[in-house]
Each structure stands twice: as structure tokens, then as C-alpha cells.
Design a protein around this ligand. Structure first.
Ligand code: FES
Length: 145
């Protein structure tokens, strides 16, 4: 009677390396797909976005599309802040978590504070701050600001 060997529950070194390479390839493919699905117009081509002051009272936040990408404009007692919602790691779109007052990137658990500074995860840079100009009758987000 021949002895059967039980398959190991652990990966062999070859399987481990292959799985790792597949994971890296999948991450890069995801980032490439994101850039194809959500192309970003260059800032030079982007039309500025105008908001009426009544659309953004103090304490409010409004999501806009600027240069083909989502951005969040917030207004506080200190002024108006516009942040790109494109993660600086691999370009996924971050989400605002009002309860934690953080931006969260679901792709690799990147976290940014309410000013766009990195607080956790792999993003190498803060969220991009967009130029803002506040006039008496309008708020302009974009390069014309
Ligand atoms: S894309 Fe990797 S943390 Fe956002």
C-alpha cells in the first residue's frame, strides 16, 4: 500500500513568490485602470468652478468636479479650503468620514486629516490643495482663482 503525503497548508517558496508577484501586478493593473477610467484633465485645461457663497455657508462642505476629478470644498471660520479627492498614493478616490474628520482611501487604508495631511497608510504626500479665491459674490476654485 502506497503512502500518500498530505498536502501542506503552507505555500512553497515558489508559490509565495508567485502570489506576491501576482498581487503587485494586480495593484498596478488597478491603478492603470483607475487612470483610464477616471482621466484627469491637466490643470491648465481645467475650467475653474464657481460657487455662490450661499452654496457654501460656514461649516458646510460641497463636492465638486475639478479637472475631471472629485474635490471637496469646505468653509470654516478661517476660510475656504479645496482639496482634491485623488489619493496621492495610486490615485484612488478618497472619501470624507465626517465622524472621524478624516479622508479615507479604501484602496490601501490611506488616511488624511481634515487639512489633507497624511495621518496613516502609504500615501507619500498630502492631498492636493486647489487654489481658491473668495470674492463677495462668488467663490472660485481652480487656476483662475
Ligand atoms: S491609493 Fe493607496 S492608499 Fe490611496
Amino acid at each position: 500500500m502506497a503512502m500518500q503525503t498530505k498536502p501542506s497548508i503552507f505555500l512553497s517558496r515558489r508559490q509565495f513568490i508567485f502570489t506576491g508577484m501576482l498581487s503587485v501586478a494586480a495593484a498596478w493593473a488597478g491603478a492603470l485602470a483607475q487612470s483610464i477610467l477616471f482621466p484627469r484633465a491637466s490643470a491648465a485645461q481645467a475650467a475653474p468652478v464657481e460657487l455662490a457663497p450661499t452654496e457654501l455657508p460656514v461649516g458646510a462642505a460641497k463636492q465638486i468636479t475639478y479637472a475631471g476629478a472629485p474635490a471637496l470644498v469646505t468653509r470654516s471660520q478661517d476660510g475656504v479650503l479645496a482639496l482634491s479627492l485623488v489619493c496621492t498614493h495610486l490615485g484612488c478616490h478618497v472619501q470624507w468620514d465626517a465622524a472621524k474628520r478624516q479622508f479615507y482611501c479604501p484602496c490601501h487604508d490611506g488616511k488624511f486629516d481634515e487639512f489633507g495631511d497624511v495621518v496613516a497608510g502609504p500615501p507619500p504626500l498630502p492631498l492636493e490643495r486647489l487654489p481658491v479665491k473668495v470674492l463677495p459674490n462668488k467663490i472660485i476654485v481652480g487656476d483662475a482663482a
